[in-house]
Design a protein around this ligand. Sequence first.
Ligand code: GRG
Length: 295
Amino acid sequence: MPDFATWTAEQRARVERALSDWVPVDAPAGLGEAMRYAVLDGGKRVRPLLVLAAAEAVQGHAEAALRAACASELIHAYSLVHDDMPCMDDDVLRRGKPTAHVQFGEAQALLAGDALQALAFELLTPDGDAVPPAMQAELCRLLARAAGAQGMAGGQAIDLASVGKPLTEPQLRAMHKLKTGALLQASVDMGAACGVGVPLAARGALRDYGAAVGLAFQVVDDILDVTADSAELGKTAGKDAAADKPTYVSLLGLQASRALADDLRAQAHAALDASGLHHTGRLRALADRVVERSN
Ligand code: GRG
């Protein structure tokens, strides 16, 4: 059994190869170039790693898991392209390079995001019998719910409507549960959906794990926004405070935010203990990595 660092490097390389094969070079009028720019050679690949680790925990279907891992990253990449646009967060730096709309113009960036979102669902529904049809359908449903109005897009709408408004901690939590948490939680759930005959209780425990890790990810993101610099993050640091956005740090302070992240990590670990599954070591280590990360 490879150690966690080796496993992570191997899985990232698999995902990178698969994305490079699946994101088209030859889409019309330079669209493929913009899509590949937004997805390849960048990012921590947290969502794909969550899919693959959850699939490992349930001894899931390997082809389905790789497709689900890539699909979650495509949705994430699309959301970053659109979020960075002038009509939303208006940012110029992402993953250490100019944002897609700076590089290709607003219209091409908008289209690249649209096409990446569509490609995610195409990957989940391959021709033939590579993935059982019922599994394809469940993966599509989980990803669509996480990306849509009851998930990431809904959370982003709340976020845009909240600038300059004082939010309570429960309101902030509800916003992040949708905006960032839904896709992270769905990544775990999609990995679990690659298993056959997984007990409902185990599926529920993995959803609890995903909810805790999803929120921990955002709390740490808020901490890093004030403690790390742009070079470390590969994106503009200090943006939330500059935009007068409510964050965990602005609401609770740094120390309490760190304590909350640790508490959420403990909740994630407890959910794994309660799952009754045996191969949860990768998920456990990923919860640690999410909380201890520096970018
Ligand atoms: C445009 C529908 C729509 C939604 C956008 C995710 C999102 C919603 C906006 C991103 C804004 C943001 C910085 C949120 C904080 C948490 C987050 C998602 C950070 C970026 O994800 P990482 O750290 O990025 O996984 P990498 O580059 O490592 O993949």
